[in-house]
Design a binder for this molecule. Structure first.
Ligand SMILES: NC(=O)C1=CN([C@@H]2O[C@H](COP(=O)(O)OP(=O)(O)OC[C@H]3O[C@@H](n4cnc5c(N)ncnc54)[C@H](OP(=O)(O)O)[C@@H]3O)[C@@H](O)[C@H]2O)C=CC1
Ligand SMILES: CC(=O)N[C@@H](CCC(=O)OP(=O)(O)O)C(=O)O
Length: 308
């Protein structure tokens, strides 16, 4: 059976990447709107209600509006925006963390934020395993390619005058991804989150420092690594990289892919560790994750069409 899919926001950064991944896939038929109608609420209402699955690649307000335009109980929604990531009635679309069955059974799936994907991949299994106490004061540093800011930021870096090489932001410590990080890791306190953007198109590294020697129970780096390896055993998308002799990790090694690599780097005495997630903000951080969720909603192999 062919699944009818409508991407609302199909010519934006995330939407175009989803179209690329669906190209040539006979399991899906795309409902499209031409340039004159792609923002027309009436045309969008028709397309939204004709689809079996809609993928919202829109700013938050437009995503809420799109959901309100759906007036049947058959159309399923995958929302790539921040609008519904902690909303009641929505399933957080991180199958490796919430369970594939939970996503498969849902008609409202919120696609995780890019930074949140890295943080939650690293932290959620460790809180669940009791290796990080739920009330531990966590922090995270991160760097993103500029495509993470969508068309406007791409234009700023590629067409604007003298773009910066690197900048940090969210200096009020209230980045929009913090609530979903806290909720989906089950943390008592919001993590301190320090994102930055570099002058490269795509790619993302999220880095969580852990002072193991002062955490109750003093978990060892090996125990942390083993808990992550166990949580993602068998996943073709979330890869826990065995401890090796890496002395460098580059953002380029994962950009252009839909996988996420998790690392545990530690001092030789085991007193401190850095948990690091490396992935593509437009891959597992957005469009790759949306296609994975679409595959699940359609009852297909979750990794079909992904670049792993
Ligand atoms: N880029 C990334 O790495 C990630 C993005 N996201 C999220 O995905 C969503 C899309 O982001 P992104 O693709 O980067 O953004 P873009 O700005 O690149 O694309 C958004 C698209 O939505 C269109 N649009 C805006 N308002 C409406 C409307 N009312 N009706 C129909 N179309 C509309 C825009 O039109 P126009 O072309 O005319 O501007 C644009 O094409 C956002 O919520 C973003 O936060 C999530 C994870 C990662
Ligand atoms: C570099 C950059 O600006 N990144 C964006 C996050 C991109 C993203 O993933 O946002 P959502 O998933 O929440 O829509 C930001 O920090 O706002």
């Amino acid at each position: 059976m062919t699944t009818q899919v409508f991407i609302d926001g199909a010519v934006g950064t995330t939407g175009l990447e989803i179209r690329d991944r669906l190209d040539g896939r006979s399991e899906f038929a795309l409902i499209t709107l031409d340039e004159a109608h792609r923002k027309d609420p009436s045309a969008r209402r028709d397309a939204l209600n004709a689809a079996d699955v809609v993928i919202l690649c829109l700013p938050d307000d437009a995503a809420r509006e799109a959901v309100a335009l759906i007036d049947n109980d058959r159309t399923k929604v995958i929302d790539a925006s921040t609008a519904h990531r902690t909303a009641p009635g929505w399933t957080y679309g991180f199958p490796e963390v919430v369970g594939r069955d939970a996503v498969a059974a849902s008609s409202r799936v919120s696609n995780p934020g890019c930074y949140s994907t890295g943080f939650i991949a690293l932290v959620a299994p460790l809180v669940r395993a009791g290796l990080i106490p739920a009330d531990w004061p966590l922090s995270a540093n991160a760097v993103s390619g500029y495509s993470g800011g969508g068309k406007a930021m791409i234009a700023e870096f590629e067409d604007g005058p003298a773009p910066t090489a690197w900048r940090t932001y969210a200096l009020t410590l209230a980045h929009k991804h913090v609530p979903e990080m806290q909720v989906h890791c089950g943390l008592v306190h919001a993590p301190i989150f320090a994102p930055s953007v570099a002058n490269l198109n795509r790619g993302m590294i999220v880095d969580v420092p852990l002072p193991l020697a002062v955490i109750p129970g003093k978990p060892s780096p090996q125990a942390i690594h083993d808990a992550l390896a166990q949580a993602y055993a068998g996943s073709r998308i979330v890869k826990v990289i065995p401890n090796g002799d890496e002395t460098l990790l580059t953002i380029e090694q994962v950009s252009g892919t839909d996988r996420i690599e998790l690392y545990v780097f530690a001092r030789s005495d085991g007193s401190q560790a850095r948990l690091v997630a490396a992935f593509d903000n437009l891959g597992k951080g957005a469009s790759g994750a949306a296609v994975q969720n679409l595959n699940i909603l359609a009852g297909l192999d979750e990794a079909a069409g992904l670049n792993l």
